[in-house]
Design a protein around this ligand. Sequence first.
Ligand code: HEM
Length: 205
Amino acid sequence: MSLAGIFLITFLLVHLGINLLVILNEDPMVFNRAAHFMGTNKVIKIFEIVLFGGFLLHIIYALILQVQNWLARPKRYHKMTRSDTSAFSRWMIHTALIVFAFLAIHLADFYFKAKFGDVGETSEEGVHDLASLIIDKFQMPGFVIFYVASFIFLGFHLIHGFQSAFKTLGLNNKTYTPVIQVLSILYTIIVVGGFTAIPIVIYFQ
Ligand code: HEM
C-alpha cells in the first residue's frame, strides 16, 4: 500500500507539472503537445497501466486494512478519548472516499473524453485540443468550486498519506521523522496550491 501510495504521490507531481502549462503558457499548443506526448508515448502507456494498477492496489489494501481495524474491535468504544493520532489520520478513509468520488468524475470529464470522446483536433495532426476542454470546463463556477473543495480534501489525505507511506517503509526515527513531516507539508502545499491555481486562474482570466 505504501509503495503504491508513493507511486501515486510521484504521479501527482508529474500531472501537476503538465497541467500547469495551461495557465503558465500563453500558447495552448505547448500543453496540447505535452498531453499528446503523454497520451501516445509507448513507455508512458506502460506507466499508465502501472498507475491504474497502483490505484487499484492502494484501494484494495486500504479496504482490507479498514475491515481488519473494524474486526479487531467489533464493539465501538463507548467514549472517544484523545490519542496521539492526528485528525488527518483518523479521517483517512473519509477523505479517501471523497478523493475517489472526485477521481471518478474527473476521469469521466477528462480522461475518457480525451481517449474516446469527441475532443476537437488542433492544426497539428493527431494532437487534440485538450487545453480548450479544460478551459471550457473551468468557466463554470460550480465546477471550479467542486474542484477546489476536492483538492482541499486531497490535501488532507496526502499530508498523512505521505508521512505514513515512509513510516511503513521503516523511515521512522528521530532523524528522519521531522524531515518527512516537513517534506509532507511542503509537498501538500505545492500539490494543493498548484492544482487549485489552475481552475481559479482560468475562471478569472
Ligand atoms: C486542475 C486540475 C486537473 C486538471 C486540469 C487535470 C486534467 C486532466 C486531463 C486533461 C486528463 C486527460 C489526459 C489524457 O489522457 O491525455 C487527466 C487525466 C487524469 N487525471 Fe487529472 N487533472 C487535474 C487534477 C487531477 C488530480 C488532483 C488527480 C488525482 C487525484 C488527477 C488524476 C488523473 C488521472 C489518474 C488521470 C488518468 C491518467 C492520465 O492520463 O494521466 N487529476 N487529467
